[in-house]
Design a protein around this ligand. Structure first.
Ligand code: PGA
Length: 260
């Protein structure tokens, strides 16, 4: 039985005090309710160390929202994989559509970052997703498979087991987004899994966690997670309060229990 993943990226939100309160509430809940699902939290850099410290006795994986691929050097404003590891990060989100659209991230820089993260034993959470136009022109599958193949170029068979994928259609993300229909998300996850199968074989493809993200909330979480190819949920706005994430964890835990 595959383990589900559920987590949230906080994007550019939360003060130090807000982050502490969230992490404490989550830790308190998890101590009394050990989850079946793998929980992860992706805070901003400024609170990464503190959040990972507050969650260190819990099974929560803490991650960063971005990183640079170089070891160190004259890269003003950037953060390296080694620095993230030093702050207690387990994973790093790479290629989010906001980074691609607004900060010049390309498939090729995502690839450099994936390779650097793996060298530092950080799990890359690689985000891919088609734009509205790509969907309209009927090339959604081609787009996400291209993004995926470039992101993973050079990742060895031994390393690929540490990679997590997220399908996040650009048109589904944020305030103006419309969540993907569960069956549509399932078909896209299936296309991603087929690409992984071609590159790494059946066992790796089956084991690869492929998460869905884009306007996930308490009303659509179950219908998304129930899809056969959806292994987890990557939630934004709907999990920025600790109680809301806790409620989603409980909902997905319930599904896991029913499936055992
Ligand atoms: P959203 O964000 O749930 O607020 O749409 C999702 C994401 O960007 O990963």
């Amino acid at each position: 039985m595959k383990r589900y993943w559920i987590g949230t990226g906080w994007k550019m939100n939360k003060t130090y005090a807000e982050a502490e309160a969230y992490a404490r509430a989550l830790a308190d809940f998890l101590v009394s309710h050990p989850p079946r699902v793998q929980v992860f939290i992706i805070p901003p850099f400024t609170v990464l160390h503190r959040v990972s410290d507050l969650l260190k006795n819990t099974p929560v994986q803490v991650g960063a929202q971005n990183m640079h691929w170089a070891e160190s050097g004259a890269f003003t404003g950037e953060i390296s994989a080694g620095m993230l590891q030093d702050c207690g990060a387990h994973l790093v989100e790479l290629g989010h559509s906001e980074r691609r659209a607004e900060f010049g991230e390309t498939d090729y820089t995502v690839n450099l970052k994936v390779l650097a993260a793996l060298q530092h034993r950080l799990q890359p959470l690689v985000c891919v997703g088609e734009t509205t136009r790509e969907k309209q022109f009927g090339v959604a599958c081609e787009s996400i498979v291209r993004q995926l193949k470039i992101a993973l170029k050079g990742v060895s068979l031994a390393q690929i087991e540490n990679v997590i994928l997220a399908y996040e259609p650009v048109w589904a993300i944020g305030e103006t987004g419309t969540p993907a229909e569960p069956a549509y998300a399932n078909a896209m996850h299936s296309a991603m899994r087929t690409a992984i199968r071609e590159l790494y074989g059946d066992a790796i493809a089956l084991a690869m966690p492929i998460l869905y993200g884009g306007s996930v909330n308490r009303d659509n979480a179950i219908s998304l997670i129930e899809q056969s190819q959806v292994d987890g949920l990557f939630v934004g706005r709907a999990a920025w309060q600790a109680n809301a994430l806790i409620e989603l964890i409980q909902m997905v835990d319930q599904i896991s229990e029913e499936r055992v």
